[in-house]
Ligand binder design. Sequence first.
Ligand code: ZN
Ligand code: ZN
Length: 397
Amino acid sequence: MKKIIFIVIDGIGDRPIAKLNNLTPLESAYTPNMDFLAKNGICGIMNVLKEGIAPHSDEGHLTLFGYDLKKYYHGRGPLEALGLGLKLNQGDVALRANLGTVDKNLIVKDRRAGRIETTGPFVKLFNGIKIENVKFMLKAGTSHRAVVVMRGNGLSDKISGSDPRQEEKKVLRIRALDNSREAKFTAFVLNKFLELSYKKFQNLSLNEKRIKEGKLPGNYWLVRGAGHYKKIPSFKEMYNRKACCIAGGGLYKGLGAIAGMKVLNVKGATGTPNTNIKAKFLAAKKNLKKYDFVFVHIKGTDVFGHDNNPEGKKQFIEKIDKELPVIMNDVLITITADHSTPCENKDHSADPVPVLIYSKNIKPDSIEKFGESYCKKGSLGIIQGKDYMKKVISLAK
Ligand code: ZN
Ligand code: ZN
């Protein structure tokens, strides 16, 4: 059985762009290594969720890994919490949080508290507190981000968030999203927590210091994305392959963690366009000795798509391509995306994503280059995200 390197280039799929001679960023990029893999492997395009549906990254990845979302997707919060290295128990409810700035009428002035460097000292104030027998655990993410985990009996993730998602709007009260006692109780406890934290934030020396320095105080937790943690079958149980995960962004580490992959910490992997791609591929190569399946996530392309920066996206793809040779050995390599993020759309779209699968023993099709319009004619045809992992595993046999 061949070892597998499974590369997800987040949001790589795009549309023809006039500035790029009516090519997509991928097609216009100089990518001799991806082209070699395409030429000597097989290509196709993929509807990750369903034709016409634009996937979120978490749904996209779980589907690519072969998990049925209806059964195994339980919200974004737990994935973010796992990605920060928190150990979750069955039934925990987790939410993503921003530390924001509100005025005395609870109007949001800044959703990121003036791009605060870290929420570390703020998180510490609440870690382990109990309200109505529900224990709160918080952990700082990058800059203004954090996660809030609630642990206790009778909790539900059918609750709304406090984040109005816009500045100059009032923070929202947490509401139960169904009629269950659990949802009402969870909303009640979380509202209490938010009131308590707002109070604590008022006279905090940390905030007084920030105000003196002309910075915005961090004084409200803007929470969203509630989900409950439930163990799902591991990648090993599903495919009998020992898997590891190489990613910079917290969400992607969380996706690896929930699938039971060993999440590796690679120095320089940031989950942003300044990530160290070389370090990630070197780590992939090194860990092939220990693991049968290496998931490598690269985020930058999605960021350039959201920013409508086709030139940046193109150059970033070239940077990835340049580092590919270190892993181009006797392994199966597959490259695809969790969704397209067309620059003109500045968001995820339902456009299918290009796919390539390369291994020395695969009979190549006639595709010579890796790109959206070329892959359409590949021998994989149009595949569905849910069938992709099965295909990859069977080709590695
Ligand atoms: Zn994505
Ligand atoms: Zn995105």
